[in-house]
Design a protein around this ligand. Structure first.
Ligand code: ADP
Length: 613
């Protein structure tokens, strides 16, 4: 494993290749030089011999004897003279392969087994015109001696080969010299290779160190750390690589941070948007569902992994199964609505594509439109209520005027007066209704003009109580003032509007309390607020309807309210007025026991602080 890692490292590959190249190059040079040296020695021996033979009379004098065997002694004498100047063994072989003269003990023997037979054979056969050569190892006294044989044909006048003049040179010394040269070469090669290893290592290091640096930093970059800078200052390819790496790092850093900031923006939008967003791939796997969607469809973040889209949606509606949804939006975006748990949801969906334009999934936008729906219903109800409320007095007026017209002037004057009173009262009611409606509309569209200034709430309350005393007295009720009429509760207010609210609450207390009932009115400061309490021991409101009394036209008992002159808009208007003053109005009630209305208004800033002290 470790070995494999070493060889897969570029450093060791370079060192190895470098050594191999140097080794091959030096070996080739060595082999070439050695073979040239050997060839040179060989050539010089044979060319020296040839030169000697050519320049001297040795060959011609032997040839001049004609019959070689007959002149053995003369030839031997000649050879002996020659042997003194030449360091070779010299043989003269006649046409019958007999060594007729020799500078050694082989004289008189057959050339077979002593001299190179092929060479002699070829020369005697006339295959060589001038000379023949042969290298061989020759064994003497059990010792191998390398030799070189050069043989010349001895020809007579007719050109016929009579015999062979044969030189044999002992090459031991030359071979020794060559071997020594080889040894010197090999010895020189070893340190050269050692230096090569060191140099190769250094060169490889100069390449691999910066590459390793780049690799390490690229690894860290892959893990998201973009603070890495490669510090290679060289001017070569490695320097360019480092420069490019640094450039890449800056670009990547910029792009990644741009992408991640875009991503976190998008995530923040998806996370915080009130509408639910679901992305589903074509196989039903949920790719994304934002918290709003998970909340609406009641599934956890972990379910995204495990649950198929159909498993989740099937609880709510059948119309939004994956198959239906895909089919419905083949021609573009589609929409559907479903109701679950009292809430109404609209779902808009469309396909989304990959960069090649192929459909990869469906994106859905879920909106909880319950409130909107309620509002729409309220609006429809409001129109119906208004029409109804206007129609009731109109019908009464119409029927009484018709009767009056029919009876004409002959009718009973008292009855006619009675009728006209009713018509008048109904017209008043219509007037009140229209006035209330106009005020509500002004409040809704923020067109009501406010004349706010600091004033004493106690004075306002005392005046309002006085105005209502008549009405209370008619029912033998007692308006019980609990607050100190000399106190000061300063509030920033539009006097007329606040008085309108107080009168409405007081008149309700009177209206919905039986005769001889008791109505308590109190006012005090509570922290930074002023509080007005109107309590009665009247008919009260059923518990399940208390929350609805601020709705427009809501009345617990329509007939009672109407006969008491109510429009059903009083509390709705009162709440808008109090809220405009940054206060709030609350109602507590127990059926058959009584009702308590609390109005809270902020104290005027300056006075308020003094009062707390
Ligand atoms: P209305 O003109 O009918 O009085 P409001 O908006 O003032 O309209 O009041 C709405 C309904 O709240 C009344 O119809 C009545 O049923 C109920 N309500 C208001 N005040 C009282 C109260 N003090 N006691 C009992 N019921 C009340």
């Amino acid at each position: 494993m470790a070995g494999k890692r070493i060889w897969s490292s570029i450093r060791w590959k370079i060192v190895f290749i470098y050594i191999l190249l140097v080794f091959i190059a030096t070996s080739m040079i060595g082999v070439f030089i050695m073979s040239q040296l050997e060839a040179y020695y060989n050539d010089s021996i044979s060319s020296n011999l040839r030169k000697t033979v050519a320049e001297t009379t040795i060959l011609t004098s032997i040839a001049s004897y004609g019959d070689l065997s007959a002149h053995r002694d003369e030839i031997q004498t000649g050879l002996d003279a020659w042997a003194r100047t030449l360091q070779n063994e010299i043989f003269v072989v006649d046409g019958h392969w007999e060594i007729i003269a020799a500078t050694n003990e082989y004289k008189g023997q057959s050339a077979h087994g002593v001299l190179e037979e092929t060479l002699i054979f070829k020369i005697l056969n006339g295959e060589y015109d001038e000379y023949g050569e042969y290298d061989a190892i020759y064994s003497r006294d059990g010792e191998d001696i390398p030799t070189k044989s050069v043989a010349f044909p001895i020809t007579d006048d007719t050109g016929e080969t009579e015999g062979v003049l044969y030189f044999r040179t002992d090459m031991t010394e030359i071979q020794k010299t060559i071997n020594e040269a080889k040894l010197i070469f090999v010895r020189a090669m070893a340190p050269a290779l050692f230096i090569t290893v060191i140099l190769g290592f250094l060169i490889a290091r100069s390449i691999t160190v910066p590459i390793n640096d780049v690799t390490k930093k690229a690894e860290r970059m892959a893990r998201g750390d973009f603070s890495q800078e490669v510090s290679v200052k060289s001017d070569d390819e490695i320097g360019r690589l480092a420069e490019m790496f640094n450039l890449l790092r800056i670009e990547l850093d910029r792009t990644v941070s741009e992408i991640s900031s875009e991503k976190s923006k998008l995530e923040a939008i998806l996370k915080n948007m009130a509408d639910g967003l679901i992305a589903v791939d074509l196989s039903g796997h949920i790719i994304h569902a934002n918290p709003a969607a998970r909340e609406m469809l009641k599934f956890g973040e972990n379910d995204i992994e495990n649950k198929h889209y159909d498993r989740i949606i099937e609880k709510y509606t059948e119309n939004l199964s994956l198959k239906t949804v895909i089919r419905n939006c083949t021609n573009g975006a589609a929409m559907d609505t479903f109701i679950y748990g009292g809430a109404t949801y609209t779902v808009r969906y469309d396909r989304f594509q990959d960069e090649n334009g192929a459909d990869i999934g469906i994106i859905m936008l879920l909106q909880d439109v319950t409130e909107q729906q309620k509002l729409e219903n309220m609006q429809t109800d409001f129109v119906a209520n208004v029409s109804h409320e206007l129609k009731t007095p109109l019908t009464t007026i119409k029927s009484y005027t018709e009767t009056l017209l029919l009876d004409g002037l002959e009718s009973d004057r008292n009855t006619a007066m009675e009728f006209l009173k009713i018509v008048d009262a109904e017209a008043d009611r219509m007037n009140r209704l229209v006035k209330d409606l106009l005020q509500l509309s002004r409040l809704d569209y923020k067109q009501e003009k406010w004349y706010k200034k600091e004033g004493n709430l106690i004075l306002l309350l005392s005046a309002a109580v006085k105005k209502m005393e008549m009405m209370a007295r008619s029912k033998e009720q007692h308006l019980n003032v609990l607050f100190d009429e000399d106190a000061h509760i300063q509030v920033d207010m539009d006097r007329d509007r606040i008085e309108q609210v107080v009168l409405n609450v007081l008149s309700n207390a009177i209206k919905y309390t039986n005769e001889k009932g008791r109505i308590d009115i109190d006012a005090y400061k509570a922290g930074r607020n002023a509080r007005i309490i109107v309590g009665d021991n009247g008919i009260g409101i059923p518990e399940n309807q208390i929350s609805r009394v601020f709705e427009r036209f809501f009345r617990v008992d329509k007939a009672r309210s109407r006969s008491a002159g109510g429009t059903g808009l009083g509390l709705a208007i009162s709440r808008q007025i109090i809220e405009e003053h940054k206060g709030f109005i609350e109602i507590e009630s127990k059926e058959k026991k009584g009702t308590r209305v609390t109005i809270t208004l902020p104290l005027a800033p300056h006075r308020g602080r003094q009062n707390i002290e």
